[in-house]
Design a protein around this ligand. Structure first.
Ligand SMILES: Cc1cc2nc3c(=O)[nH]c(=O)nc-3n(C[C@H](O)[C@H](O)[C@H](O)COP(=O)(O)OP(=O)(O)OC[C@H]3O[C@@H](n4cnc5c(N)ncnc54)[C@H](O)[C@@H]3O)c2cc1C
Length: 429
């Protein structure tokens, strides 16, 4: 098996970099612990899992850092706690209390439609949006309820009242929600490659893919290399583990229906700004960080106090404490059209407003993720079915990655396992 990777390094959105001499994640930094795929792979590789020291995240909204009320992906589980948090205006709380009980729609609708009709716009703006922003960098008015908040849609199967079903949802067990790796989850792909069993060619962009009839069997030809030195690689089977946009380009002739459905999947760009401070300059920063609802009009959409969240980050820092902010949502590419220094300055300005900390960092790093996060817009599940059906028409071909069944690391690994299973056993759904 050969992995052809366009970038100079493996890992995609899992990436490590040094800030202030401390090696940290500058892409994904946590793996959901309540699904087995990512933690299972880490264990198979002999890696020790660690869990966040704190998960108490807050919301920076209505000019204060406020406790994140208990919710099922933004649907309040405790209205009294919500009211006390000050996250919603009195009017917003009253509107949520006066829930409109509406039966489950047959068709997919947007997250905003789904939640606002039942609980009011403020629940969407100040509770659901920041949570969605953290995961998809997308907008509730466009994202699919069925694809992005299935746990909320499923509440209606338990009670016609979203509030009642959210209230009855058991408080999470003691099993930690997230897991990480000492040294960062960016180690996962590196360790996988080091474990061997397959060849990796980095800086090798696949430019075209076609099927050719041979005397004995039909094979794929994969075109790589610059136009001046093209190289054709023969393959019996191909898994496209790349984002939807390049996948659409490669499948134009081979699976045109898949290509057109893939081309419908849009991407959000964002940047992670990592900052290293002297420990003495960050006294009093508590919790794992905060989320920012877009309606508050701030530059940053979240801050993660990595040194509080992960013991290993604190220990690796020696006298330095590392934290990060994220900037950029879907359709807001203009918010990234600044030099790195300016994105750092914007992050510091927002951090100062939110926390009162106005120290200068000793080092910073801006990692841009252009087209980093696929948008599961209304109709996504149907779109993915169309893609899979069209790809299934091409024997020996499979697709996987964040564009399909979930953008988190475990979901992506699961989609890769499914792709391989389909090649080994073509009757796999
Ligand atoms: C900033 C950020 C933070 C995140 N945080 C978390 C988190 O904490 N936890 C979590 O679970 N998820 C997180 N995610 C989501 C998760 O990291 C990604 O959805 C997931 O890693 C994507 O994996 P993938 O393999 O589908 O795509 P990618 O990681 O994008 O990998 C695709 C690879 O394909 C290569 N490629 C593209 N085109 C070609 C071509 N033509 N030829 C050859 N190679 C090609 C690319 O170079 C890339 O390496 C985060 C995402 C981002 C952007």
């Amino acid at each position: 098996m050969t992995v052809l990777e366009a970038a100079p390094q493996v890992g995609g959105k899992l990436r490590l970099a040094e800030v202030g001499g401390v090696q940290v994640d500058v892409g994904a930094e946590a793996m959901l612990n309540r699904r087995p795929e990512a933690t299972g792979l880490a264990r198979e590789l002999g890696l020790d899992l660690v869990h966040p020291g704190t998960l108490s995240s807050r919301l920076w909204t209505r000019d204060a850092l406020r406790p994140l009320p208990r919710s099922v992906m933004g649907v309040p589980a405790d209205l009294e706690q919500l009211a006390a948090s000050g996250v919603l205006s009195d009017h917003g709380v009253a509107r949520a209390r006066a829930e409109q009980v509406i039966a489950l729609e047959g068709d997919d609708v947007s997250v905003a439609d789904f939640v606002a009709r039942r609980l009011g716009v403020e629940v969407v703006d100040r509770l659901v949006e920041p949570l969605l922003g953290g995961v998809y960098a997308g907008h509730a008015t466009e994202l699919s309820a069925r694809a992005t908040i299935p746990q909320v849609v499923a509440l209606l199967e338990r009670s016609l009242s979203l509030l009642e079903a959210a209230r009855a949802t058991p408080t999470p067990s003691d099993v930690p929600v997230f897991a990480g790796l000492v040294g960062g989850v960016g180690r996962l792909p590196l360790e996988l490659v080091a474990a061997g069993g397959f060849e990796v060619r980095t800086s090798t962009t696949v430019r075209a893919l076609r099927r050719v009839e041979g005397p004995e069997q039909t094979r794929f030809e994969v075109l790589v290399g610059p136009t001046t030195h093209p190289e054709l690689i023969a393959a019996d089977e191909v898994v496209l583990a790349i984002p939807a946009t390049p996948a659409a380009r490669l499948l134009g002739d081979l699976a045109p229906n898949a290509a057109s459905a893939l081309a419908e999947i849009d991407y959000a760009s964002m940047a992670i700004v990592t900052l290293a401070f002297r420990a003495a300059d960050l006294v009093g920063l508590e919790g794992s960080g905060f989320l920012v609802p877009p309606v508050d009009g701030r530059r940053i959409k979240a801050a993660t106090f990595s040194f509080n969240k992960w013991d290993w980050v604190r220990e690796a820092g020696g006298g330095l404490l590392v934290l990060r902010t994220s900037i950029g949502r879907h359709h807001e590419e203009a918010s990234l059209q600044f030099a790195d220094d300016e994105l750092v300055a914007q992050s510091l300005a927002d951090l100062a407003l939110a926390t009162g900390i106005s120290a200068r960092p000793v080092d910073s790093l801006v990692q841009r993720w252009g087209g980093g996060l696929p948008q599961y817009t209304v109709g996504h599940l149907d779109r993915v079915s169309r893609i899979r059906a069209a790809v299934a028409q091409v024997p020996g071909l499979a697709v996987c990655g964040a564009a399909y069944d979930g953008i988190g690391i475990p979901a992506v690994i699961s989609s890769a396992e499914r792709a391989v299973a389909r090649l080994l056993h073509p009757d796999t759904p």
